[in-house]
Design a binder for this molecule. Structure first.
Ligand SMILES: Cc1cc2nc3c(=O)[nH]c(=O)nc-3n(C[C@H](O)[C@H](O)[C@H](O)COP(=O)(O)OP(=O)(O)OC[C@H]3O[C@@H](n4cnc5c(N)ncnc54)[C@H](O)[C@@H]3O)c2cc1C
Length: 392
């Protein structure tokens, strides 16, 4: 089977590429994914680019135009995402794709007007307050308590692994409002101003020596009840609203394809230079190439379910599990193939010429199989919801 764009999608892809060439690339740029990592410091450029996306409605392509979106079809979103990832361009503002669609679907008109425009303009940063020390995979067991007091909720408890909390203006948080109800039915979804008295943020530094996530503590924090999204005690169902735009997760397949292409180029050049990579490692690269094709097919499957109006479930779990595990296997293969040269945080010599950053990929892909639902949880979903296998 061969996959190709319809004539309309082909045109759309050309338009997106033209836009990327005009607005993201600079003369002489190496146009790949890692470019963005290297430009982390270039915040102004990043913001200018995101503003351009926002102007076109491309930061929230699935949203209605009146809220700053672009009303795009599923396939148009897929092509947009594919091309932006290929170019190594930033695709979103932090958490926009998580909290935005939730407010869009479940928020009141006032909440939409208050929160969506500044979110698209990048004027506010958000963080996600879901996980707790005792509640990660079993999120519905969360204990952070919110008690109604007049027009406010009073929040007490703790969240953990909260990415970006140290820079966030707002948190979307799941809290327990009815401790006596069955666990899924006693949860509410609130928007919490991080500047509220009683909020404290403590950093957690990860394996790669980077400060991304945090612990967040709440001591008698008052949250106006008008900041609740959806009904009281129905927050679980609000919280499970997920993003439309990135469900296909083409990013992983695009990144895997780039890694395999780079590795193959590196192995060829080593052979040309009279220093061939061992046969075992060449076979490893071939295996990763096959797996990358599978990863692409899984992304296509997800988007094809969406394009038919369905909600990908098992397909999304297969894609998430396979893509995240592949990213780790690819990093191991990069380590094997590049040897000592790849052990530096930034690769050097021939590896660097091929833009392979083995050590960095090795460390940064560790959390891929944990964040957003662990591989075990994805396997459970595939087994039970997908294949109808018995639980336990
Ligand atoms: C990089 C990163 C960023 C994150 N950012 C955020 C964030 O911004 N906000 C936020 O709220 N959370 C965030 N998280 C937390 C993330 O959602 C949780 O780590 C994840 O859901 C797993 O929960 P846990 O860490 O409590 O592990 P646990 O749920 O305690 O799991 C421990 C182990 O047990 C396994 N396990 C658990 N239950 C089952 C089961 N039923 N069957 C089989 N195996 C099982 C798991 O797979 C895992 O291997 C982030 C995590 C990472 C790694």
């Amino acid at each position: 089977m061969r996959f190709s764009d319809s004539p309309e999608l082909e045109q759309w892809r050309a338009a997106v590429r033209g836009f990327v060439d005009a607005n993201w690339r600079r003369p002489g740029d190496v146009t790949d994914f890692d470019e963005f990592n290297e430009l982390e410091g270039d915040e102004a450029r990043r913001q200018r680019w995101l503003d351009k996306l926002a102007e076109n409605g491309w930061l929230a392509p699935a949203w209605p135009k009146k809220y700053g979106g672009a009303d795009m079809s599923v396939l148009e979103q897929f092509v947009l995402s594919q091309e932006l990832h290929r170019a190594g361009a930033p695709v979103s503002r932090q958490m926009l794709n998580l909290v935005g669609p939730t407010i869009m679907l479940h928020g009141t008109d006032e909440q939409k007007a208050e929160h969506l425009p500044p979110m698209l303009r990048g004027e506010v940063a958000w963080c996600q307050g879901f996980s707790e020390p005792g509640s990660g995979s079993d999120l519905a067991s969360l204990q952070t308590r919110a008690v109604r007091d007049g027009d406010d909720y009073v929040v007490n408890g703790q969240k953990i692994w909260t990415s970006g909390a140290h820079k966030a203006d707002w948190m979307f948080i799941l809290v327990r409002t009815d401790p006596d109800a069955p666990k899924h039915r006693g949860i509410s979804y609130l928007l919490l101003d991080m500047k509220s008295p009683g909020v404290s943020v403590r950093p957690l530094v990860n394996l790669a020596d980077t400060h991304i996530f945090n612990e967040v503590f709440f001591e008698d924090v008052r949250v106006p009840a008008r900041n609740r999204i959806g009904e009281e005690n129905r927050g679980w169902y609000v919280g499970t609203t997920t993003l439309d735009f990135e469900r296909s997760n083409i990013a992983r397949a695009v990144q895997a394809r780039k890694s395999v292409d780079r590795l193959a180029g590196y192995v060829r050049d080593r052979a040309k230079g009279g220093n061939p990579v061992s046969a075992d490692y060449r076979i490893e690269v071939a295996e990763r190439a096959v797996e990358t094709s599978i990863c692409e097919l899984l992304s296509f499957e997800v988007v094809s379910v969406q394009a038919r109006g369905g909600v990908p479930n098992m397909e999304a779990s297969m894609n998430k599990m396979y893509g995240s595990e592949l990213s780790q296997r690819l990093a191991y293969t990069e380590m094997h193939v590049t040897g000592m040269a790849g052990q530096y945080r930034r690769a050097t010599g021939l590896a660097a010429e091929h833009r392979i950053q083995a050590a960095s990929d090795y460390m940064t892909t560790v959390p891929a199989t944990i964040a957003a639902g662990t591989s075990e949880i994805q396997r459970n979903i595939i087994a039970t919801r997908g294949l109808g296998l018995p639980r336990g």
